[in-house]
Design a protein around this ligand. Structure first.
Ligand code: AMP
Length: 401
């Protein structure tokens, strides 16, 4: 009987899942799927590795009141028909925040869950849903090991200076430091890079993960040296609905002069800002690109201006730039955004091949560019699956269950 691993990536309004066969050397999913629009009108879709549709919109019990727990219950009753007699040996979860507790994939126990709960205020958009998924799975598969893989873990290689805020030492000692996020995506890109640029992958690289959430990571020897997100996933780049870096004086002003509550400010910074706030139209880059509204154009321009600014700052942490990689929804798919960002980096030796950029080729820099520019699809699920495989293999008790 062969063995499989299920990966779950539970967000505020979506749940992505993938199934990986455990015994093969290739780390590609045999089933991938997602449930989107949770809390409104949930939509389900799943495909096999050959791209065949396995199911679409067919979890008939789903409605607007379905909780994450209901969604997971439905998924876990749908899945067995496609698993045949494969045995589920581990379930891996993407968990956004591991704080200073966790620097590598970790088997979930009650004690681990308790520690992760203390981090909810630091990632209110993601952590509660990540943990809800773990709890929901426990009800169905209490005998299958669950493994938490952290978005913060990849950045634990950073020097102390890169992680410090200029705040009193006592606060840093308490853990108010820069953690960084999107680590599973960066780990995937770091592992894929050598096959595209050879030894240059070990050089000075910036990866721009531009999705609805967005950050950049400066790497050297394929390890994180500095990153744009900090204590929470609010810092750094302008995002779909999040503001990115902000003068902290603005928050004081909103509290003191406008009398806003902490809940109102949290909602403003996490859900009403970024592309949505500036455009007044949408958090979705594709929608803004298709719009003729000048506010949509200004939102895109600001997004790219800020991205180039942040990138230039990160270059100082690695002393120059050999390669720049765009990934995630916007990074992989938006030629105009890549162009607007790169046009601000010509002074750094970044030159795009416009044709290659327009068709979304892997290498999009021109021959005169001293910096290799690439678009690479990310694959956080495969990183989670690989970690599960490693942890199960190193723990014979789990693999014999
Ligand atoms: P992610 O969070 O990685 O799924 O990325 C979501 C973002 O990618 C949204 O802002 C989408 O509009 C954007 N996106 C996806 N496809 C495209 C595209 N073809 N052109 C521009 N933006 C896109």
């Amino acid at each position: 009987m062969s063995e499989v691993i299920l990966t779950l990536n539970s967000g505020s309004s979506s749940l992505k899942f993938a199934v990986f066969e455990s015994g093969t050397s290739k780390n590609t999913a045999s089933i991938t799927g997602k449930i989107t629009e949770i809390g409104r009108a949930p939509q389900f879709s799943a495909r096999g590795s050959d791209g065949d549709m396995l199911g679409k919109g067919e979890l008939s019990n789903l409605n607007a009141t379905a909780s994450h727990e209901d969604i997971i219950a439905l998924l876990l009753t749908w899945l067995p028909q496609y698993l045949g007699n494969h045995r589920l040996i581990a379930i891996g979860h993407r968990v956004v925040h591991g704080g200073s507790f966790f620097s590598k994939p970790t088997l979930v126990t009650n004690e681990v869950l308790e520690k992760l709960e203390t981090l909810i205020p630091l990632a209110p958009l993601h952590q509660p849903h990540n943990l809800a998924a773990i709890r929901a799975v426990t009800k169905w598969h209490s005998d299958v090991p669950q493994i938490a893989c952290f978005d913060t873990a990849f950045h634990r290689t950073q020097d102390r200076l890169a992680s410090l805020f200029a705040l009193p030492r006592s606060l840093s000692n308490e853990g108010i430091v820069r953690y960084g996020f999107h680590g599973l995506s960066y780990e995937y890109i770091a592992s894929a890079l050598p096959q595209h640029i050879g030894a240059a992958a070990e050089g000075r690289v910036i990866v721009a993960h531009l999705g609805n959430g967005a950050s950049m990571c400066a790497m050297s020897n394929r390890k994180s040296v500095a990153t744009s997100m900090g204590f929470t996933a609010l810092d750094g780049l302008m995002m779909g609905q999040r503001c990115g870096s902000l003068d902290p004086g603005v928050v004081l002003y909103l509290m003191q002069s406008k009398g806003m509550s902490t809940d109102q400010i949290e909602d403003l910074l996490y859900r009403q800002s970024g592309l949505l706030g500036v455009s007044g139209i949408s958090n979705d880059m594709q929608v803004l690109q298709d719009s003729n509204d000048p506010h949509a154009r200004e939102a895109i321009d600001l997004y790219c201006f800020r991205a180039a600014n942040v990138l230039a700052g990160l270059v100082t942490a690695i002393g120059g730039l050999d390669a720049l990689v765009f990934t995630a929804g916007i990074g992989e798919n938006s030629a105009p955004v890549r162009k607007l960002i790169c046009d601000r980096l010509v002074w750094m030796g970044v030159h795009l091949d416009d044709e290659a950029n327009d068709i979304g080729a892997i290498k999009i820099s021109s021959d005169q560019s001293s910096v290799s520019v690439l678009t690479l699809p990310t694959d956080e699920e495969s990183v989670v699956a690989k970690a599960c495989r490693g942890l199960v293999a190193s723990n014979p008790i789990n693999s014999q269950k």
